[in-house]
Design a protein around this ligand. Structure first.
Ligand SMILES: [Zn+2]
Ligand SMILES: [Zn+2]
Length: 511
């Protein structure tokens, strides 16, 4: 398996989110009603949409489960690789410094002895990090599907109210009912401060944070091995305001490199972290500070500080513009009404233009992000979004009603004739037709079990007499039908009867 990185995973979740929203809108568009004034039409429409929602739920559960598994299995690799990478990069840096005259204070025997314990502790910490990250992902994936279902249900129920309030057309009523959802997206992750974000954003942040911790762990292990613990926080053109006070300063890394206050005349990195350095979503970083080799830090001038703050503001402005473009794009692509589509398109273009101007006016600082507005494409295990949509659609088509061939015989959806151990389930799939065999006294019969729109077994067609002619005085060779009644989610009664003419025609191929 090729592990995914945090950007692949963000893309994958964004694509899943988009597919969840768009397949809902496809359902809304497919089951449109012509005569929107009739209350009766609306209750029929609601019933039909609720049925479509049930299918939507089941399909999504089935289709996205394997994608989620694939994503979750990438987390181990991602975190472990970051640790190795950190260790390798740091080794190169230290060897380079030695070439330039740095003299390691490594006392090998002592270093190796204490390192073993240090590494074991790190192993445990990273294992705990991987476990916690995976659990967070699993919870969030469930929340993502659940939110899509809840929003779909809500839209089904409020569309009628918008119609009564004078929306005008079916398309406009649906657009008004779905507007909030299309605007916010599936923002199923709630932070402690109440802010809500989508799974894609959350996943990238969570993996970046975990990956950074693992990378710093790997780096720290290498420093520890060579007996150096001083680090310097890198200068960056647009450092985040919270990290600005620490930029260009030297610290003793007591967090990842096993440093102690007695290692030198610098503050501890842990105290900077306690004061905001490396907050979530932080882009700042540090490198090893080689006393006498690394150029000593200069105090930053007020002009420097102002320039950094201005760069940061511009970067944030660009990100905001890009978010607005994506928001209007989702509304444009998700709306059913032509006027609405045009309105949102104009808005989208307006924000895109605004962003282009911002970038060109500040082209020494800002860079165009070619992916910023792009429609996402699922590309997991080589499977494209189109394939996934087709799979999704095929499943919906297969189980949306009973189907018949040219001779009028019902089409079997689930064939288990070759499966001797197969137990006929009471619930299978909507409109499923299951075919099985039974052998009694050397005679093999082909039987069918028919399921209703709620996936419940409602009828069985038995093509023979189960080798008990006395108990089955039906038809020509004992063929008969069983009918099942359901109550409160359980089978309440079963009756046996002659097959009707229609049933004989539908099942003529096995009689
Ligand atoms: Zn920061
Ligand atoms: Zn029977």
């Amino acid at each position: 398996m090729i592990p995914l990185d945090e950007y692949d995973i963000e893309e994958a979740f964004a694509a899943i989110e988009e597919e969840l929203i768009k397949s809902m809108m496809r359902n809304m568009s497919r089951h449109r009603i012509e005569e929107v004034t009739e209350d009766m039409e609306w209750s029929m429409w609601q019933a039909e949409q609720l049925k479509a929602l049930e299918k939507y739920k089941r399909t999504n559960q089935k289709v996205f489960k394997k994608h989620f598994t694939y994503i979750n299995n990438s987390i181990d690799t991602l975190i472990n690789q970051a640790r190795q990478q950190g260790s390798m990069d740091q080794e190169i840096e230290i060897l380079e410094a030695i070439k330039n005259g740095f003299r390691s204070s490594r006392t090998l025997t002592k270093g190796v002895r204490t390192s073993a314990e240090f590494f074991r502790l790190n192993d445990r910490k990273l294992e705990a990090l991987i476990k916690a990250t995976k659990q967070d992902f699993q919870r969030a994936e469930i929340a993502m599907l659940r939110m899509a279902n809840d929003q779909y249900r809500k839209i089904i129920f409020i569309a009628h109210a918008y119609m009564n309030a004078g929306a005008g057309t079916y398309e406009k009523a649906i657009d008004m009912a779905s507007k909030d959802f299309l605007t916010a997206g599936i923002n199923c992750i709630e932070y402690k401060n109440g802010a809500r974000v989508a799974m894609a954003y959350y996943a990238r942040m969570a993996l970046k944070t975990a990956g950074k911790r693992a990378y710093l762990t790997g780096e720290g292990e290498k420093r520890r091995e060579w007996g150096i613990t001083t680090v310097i926080v890198n200068k960056r053109g647009a450092a985040c305001p919270r990290c600005l006070p620490f930029v260009g300063k030297v610290f003793i890394d007591d967090v990842w490199s096993g440093g102690k206050a007695s290692d030198g005349d610098y503050p501890l990195l842990s105290s900077a972290i306690a004061n905001g350095l490396y907050h979530p979503n932080c882009k700042d970083s540090h490198t090893t500070y080689f006393e006498g080799i690394t150029t000593p830090p200069k105090k930053m001038s007020q002009t420097d500080i102002d320039r950094i703050a201005e760069n940061y503001r511009l970067e944030q402005q660009q990100k905001y513009n890009e978010r607005m473009v994506r928001r209007y794009k989702m509304l444009e692509e998700g709306s059913l009404d032509n006027d609405n589509q045009k309105y949102y398109k104009d808005k989208r273009v307006e924000w895109q233009t605004r962003n282009d101007i911002l970038i060109s006016e500040n082209d020494n600082i800002l860079r165009k992000d070619s992916n910023a507005y792009s429609t996402k494409n699922l590309n997991l295990t080589g499977k494209t979004l189109e394939k996934l949509q087709k799979e999704n659609q095929d499943y919906i088509d297969k189980y949306s009603k009973y189907r018949y061939n040219d001779s009028g015989n019902i089409i079997v959806t689930d064939d288990h004739k070759n499966d001797k151990e197969y137990k006929i389930p009471k619930e299978l799939k909507p409109y499923a037709v299951l075919e099985t065999t039974e052998t009694k006294k050397g005679i093999t019969y082909i039987n069918r079990t028919i399921y209703d729109e709620n996936s419940r077994m409602v009828k069985q067609i038995h093509s023979g007499n189960h080798a008990q002619p006395k108990n089955h005085p039906y038809g020509e060779t004992g063929e008969h039908a069983h009918v099942y009644d359901w109550e409160d989610g359980k089978i309440k009664g079963k009756s046996t009867r002659e097959m009707t003419e229609i049933e004989r025609k539908e099942n003529g191929d096995i009689l």
